[in-house]
Design a protein around this ligand. Structure first.
Ligand code: GTP
Length: 597
């Protein structure tokens, strides 16, 4: 295919604004899929591709489309859905020349609409604004087009109205892609340079990489080299998703496709790396992506120590698919052997933990998240720590610095007051207010990331009854007066419950935490003291009273089925308990620090 007839584009949107539906609709309208397949939601189905034992996510679909006797190849590159991963979105955008910026006509511009639009603008992409869901009774396309104007400067005439659901307006979008997205630059006759923008591990075929060819040609049987790791491989299969996997003999500059090369070592592949010809390599690495830096850390431990190796294997697999996720071994008295894992944010952490439990079937105990702190020590060195257990002796610490996030809230104007209050309670610094329309406002604050990850997102959702959205970026580190707060359960210090707090908030947080722990830890046969302490000084205390003997006696005297139920329930509960000294602490207790209200 000649580069002039290729268009590489992506769809970016706030969650639920209809990205997948529009993608499917474009496939339907261009004849790539049938009406029945459209109804089955093609692109959204992770387990769709099951040919010869291969399961692949269709992350880039090549569409052949005929217009005015010209054949075009439209490559629709999917950006991962999750919202706070700027990095993931930007790596997919780096493979495109254009983006459809989709906004829901009933919801208007939202936090991730703004964040994604800026990523596309940063990448110099041609942006086609689209107002979706105009079939809905609650649609207010004119008002939303005005928001697109006041936020990004797109005139109302530039915004294409459509309904991904009914297909209305979709033909015009396809025309706009051909007319407004520039064809890929790059030279098919130059040395091979292809960008790895995604990868996936398949049990049978090894690592499958997704590439966008920038220059040159890629052929079946060719020996290729990864520029950053110098690993070389023979290409055993390459092809495109149309949307079914279709092998081809070669791909050339501008095209997008997948490569299979019996890659077994996950560490050889880096998202953002350049693939070149091993015999005739290009020396120029493509501008890779910025290495994403994990910002939020937590401990992940198998409930059953025998699962340790399985957990390690699972984490390795996940880190291949998601290079922004990192992990290293960690051991902890009480929790045993596990891993300290790094994530981009809270949502990322939740998704990974869920995938581990669902896809890998490993029961986990997860500790409360912590951010990275920079500590200036008295001997004039600086250390970075990502876990409260690693805080050195307080007498050696000169200063603490913590990561600061710039947070943009998009909210109904009547919720501004409570959101400002929330930010103040979380050590926020007010930056500015912008008006999106009469009823909606952008509020910008600086907040310590450690405060943001506690519960700000959940609180925003409840304050705005679900209508508020937020987006954030880390803008740097700032000094703060922080201290480590320890927790003792039945006089034993439990490292996994330590947290780092601002000195001013320590009392309040300590009290809250021990109250929460009292609720989460079940009663035992003896009273249990739960204490919070700073530098050896107790600042808060609660006692979990002992279980009265006759309570258990009653259970054991009960009928068989009730007894069995009780035992089963206990077994269920056991799975997520860890023994600390004489006390069993359930998984939920480790996250108690996140429940501040
Ligand atoms: P994520 O993948 O979760 O980010 O969502 P998405 O942006 O891909 O949204 P998706 O396509 O899953 O659509 C979200 C919901 O909106 C679904 O219930 C769709 O059926 C619905 N939807 C999408 N487009 C339209 C439309 O044009 N009209 C109407 N009425 N509903 C739509």
């Amino acid at each position: 295919m000649r580069p002039e007839n290729i268009r590489n584009f992506s769809i970016v949107a706030h969650i639920d604004h209809g990205k997948s539906t529009l993608a499917d609709r474009i496939l339907l309208q261009t004849g790539a899929i049938s009406e029945r397949e459209f109804r089955d939601q093609v692109l959204d189905d992770m387990d769709l591709e099951r040919e010869r034992g291969i399961t692949i996510k269709a992350r880039a679909v090549a569409i052949r489309y005929q217009r005015d006797n010209e054949e075009y190849e439209l490559n629709l590159i999917d950006t991962p859905g999750h919202v706070d991963f700027h990095y993931e979105v930007s790596r997919s955008l780096a493979a495109c020349e254009g983006a459809l910026l989709l906004v829901d006509a009933t919801q208007g511009v939202q936090a991730q609409t703004v964040a994604n639009a800026y990523l596309a603008l940063d990448g110099d992409l041609a942006i086609i604004p689209v107002v979706n869901k105009i079939d809905m009774a609650a649609a207010r396309p004119e008002e939303v087009a005005e928001e697109m104007d006041s936020t990004f400067g797109f005139t109302p005439e530039e915004c294409l109205p459509c309904s991904a659901k009914t297909g209305m307006g979709v033909d015009r979008i396809i025309d706009a892609i051909i007319e407004q997205v520039p064809p890929p630059p790059g030279n098919p006759d130059d040395k091979l340079r292809a960008l790895i923008f995604d990868s996936h591990f398949d049990e049978f075929r090894g690592v499958i990489i997704y590439v966008r060819l920038i220059d040159g040609e890629l052929r079946k049987g060719q020996r290729v080299k990864m520029l950053s790791t110098n690993a070389t491989y023979d290409v055993t299969e390459l092809g495109q998703f149309r949307p079914q996997r279709r092998a081809v003999d070669s791909l050339s500059a501008g095209q997008v496709g997948y490569v299979i090369a019996s890659i077994k070592d996950l560490r050889d592949i880096h998202i953002g790396d350049t693939v070149t010809d091993a015999a005739n390599p290009s020396a120029d690495r493509l501008p890779g992506y910025e290495e994403p830096k994990p910002m939020v850390y937590c401990g992940i431990f198998p409930t059953d120590n025998d699962d340790y190796d399985d957990l390690r294997q699972a984490l390795l697999k996940l880190s291949l698919n998601d290079s922004s996720f990192s992990f290293e071994p960690e051991s902890n008295e009480g929790l045993g052997f596990g891993f300290r894992c790094g994530f981009l944010g809270m949502l990322h952490m939740e998704i990974i933990a869920q995938r581990l439990e669902r896809e890998e079937d490993i029961d986990l105990v997860q500790t409360a998240p912590s951010v990275t702190y920079e500590l200036g020590l008295r001997d004039e060195t600086t250390i970075s720590i990502n876990s409260p257990d690693k805080v050195p002796d307080p007498s050696t610490i000169e200063s603490w610095s913590e990561p600061i996030a710039k947070v943009s809230f998009i909210t109904p104007s009547d919720s501004i007051g409570p959101i400002m209050q929330l930010c103040q309670d979380r050590r926020g610094k007010y930056l500015r207010t912008e008006y999106l329309s009469q009823s909606r406002t952008i509020l910008v604050y600086e907040l310590p990331l450690a405060e943001l990850i506690v519960d700000v997102y959940d609180r925003l959702k409840s304050i705005t009854r679900g209508y508020g959205t937020l987006d954030y970026e880390i803008i740097g580190f700032q000094k703060a007066d922080l201290v480590k707060m320890d927790v003792m359960v039945a006089s034993e210090k439990v490292d996994a419950l330590s947290t780092i707090v601002h000195r001013e908030f320590a009392m309040k947080r300590g009290r809250r935490l021990v109250q929460k722990l009292k609720q989460e830890i079940e009663r035992h046969m003896f009273p249990i003291a739960v204490q919070a302490a700073i530098g050896g000084k107790i600042i808060a205390r609660e006692t979990i009273s002992a279980l009265r003997k006759n309570v258990t006696a009653k259970c054991y005297g009960g009928d068989i089925s009730r007894k069995r139920k009780l035992l089963e329930k206990q077994k269920e509960g056991k799975k997520r308990m860890k023994q600390f000294g004489r006390v069993e602490i359930p998984q939920k207790a480790f996250l108690a620090v996140l429940q501040m209200e």
